[in-house]
Design a protein around this ligand. Structure first.
Ligand SMILES: [Zn+2]
Length: 352
């Protein structure tokens, strides 16, 4: 019923347009917005070797012409704060105020959200941020990635990918900046990540440079010459006001830096730059008792907690292999071999 109404509204908007003005309508999936309008629709991922899915998409087509910014969230459908932040932005962004166009995708991974399953798309067991640029004849994750590449990455000028701590991750907010070696592109992406304002920024080097095997969404945009960043806030299923504010205000500030909204950005000055991430992994099944919190600064050798068997006997004491900041630590008592106990960010000796 709701979707039928959307189609009728889209027809009503499109009908009066002459051919001369038709090119000023922006259509992404089934969302079609004339200048000065906001429209909703879906990226319809067709059935293939497994079932179809419909990914919600919103187009905010500014009254003034300009660049296209894509905001994509929910590749991991239980990183809730990042999803709700995009919902807030859908409401907040006023086409009358916007220069250019904003494409918003609040939730890529519907099945993860629906079934409350972290990390992967339960339809095919794949992370929805590892299979870009996707495949038209692959599994659902690959078909969705293929459609997002064609419909969103290929048509935007800038991209922000939103994540956060998943159900089992207690995460402190941070952003990723991935220099490509292309000076102008890197200048703009750095301006974006500073304008976003998160106070810890990971410098992400050594990423795939092959456009046909770009893996990550933001990298798919980057290898196609489009400045892009990743931002993360939220943790362990929570939707806290502070985390939402970081993501919503950070987006608005970045849009101001890109001249897509009036007003001045609020760039972070002297952020903590992280030059390397070190994973600490579980060695066996047990119960994890953390001794550190997200954001704690640790020295090399510091105890991160203990793992016991089900009788309470300590079976391991994971320690920090390096000095740095706890970017995220396991939020749940469950730990098993290969689980991520903590990620430690090593602070860069100097700003890039
Ligand atoms: Zn994620």
């Amino acid at each position: 019923m709701l979707r039928m109404q959307r189609v009728l509204m889209a027809l009503a908007i499109a009908a009066p347009l002459s051919s001369a003005t038709a090119q000023t309508t922006m259509m992404v999936g089934t969302a079609s917005a004339a200048e000065g309008q906001k429209a909703t629709g879906y990226l319809e991922v067709p059935a293939g070797v497994d079932g179809p899915t419909s990914i919600p998409v919103v187009v905010v087509h500014g009254a003034k012409p300009g660049k296209v910014l894509a905001l994509v969230s929910g590749a991991h459908g239980t990183e809730y704060a990042s999803i709700i932040a995009i919902e807030k932005l859908i409401e907040r962004l006023d086409p009358a105020e916007v220069t250019g166009t904003v494409i918003l995708v609040p939730l890529v991974n519907i099945a993860s959200f629906e079934q409350k399953i972290p990390h992967v798309n339960p339809v095919d067991g794949k992370s929805m941020n590892r299979f870009y640029p996707g495949k038209a004849d692959g599994t659902q994750t690959e078909r969705a990635s293929y459609l997002i590449t064609k419909e969103i990455v290929d048509r935007c000028d800038y991209l922000i990918d939103y994540h956060g701590g998943d159900l089992d991750e207690s995460l402190r907010p941070y952003a990723y900046w991935a220099p490509t070696g292309r000076e102008e592109q890197d200048r703009i992406s750095k301006q974006m990540v500073l304008a976003f304002g998160l106070d810890h920024i990971i410098i992400w080097r050594e990423r795939p440079s092959d456009p046909s095997a770009s893996r990550y969404l933001d990298n798919t945009a980057a290898v196609r010459g489009k400045p892009s960043i990743v931002v993360e806030a939220g943790h362990a299923g929570t939707v806290e006001t502070d985390d939402l504010a970081l993501l919503v205000n950070g987006t608005l500030s970045t849009m101001r830096a890109l001249k897509m909204l009036p007003g001045e950005p609020h760039p972070i000055e002297n952020p903590v730059w992280i030059e390397k991430i070190v994973d600490v992994m579980g060695e066996q099944l047990g119960i994890f008792y953390p001794a550190v919190k997200r954001g704690t600064y640790v020295e090399a050798g510091m105890k991160l907690g203990k793992v016991t068997d089900f009788f309470g006997k300590t079976i391991s004491e994971p320690r920090a292999p390096v000095a740095g900041v706890i970017l995220h630590v396991d939020a749940l008592p469950t730990v098993k071999k290969g689980d991520n106990i903590a990620n430690i960010g090593v602070v860069a000796a100097k700003a890039p």
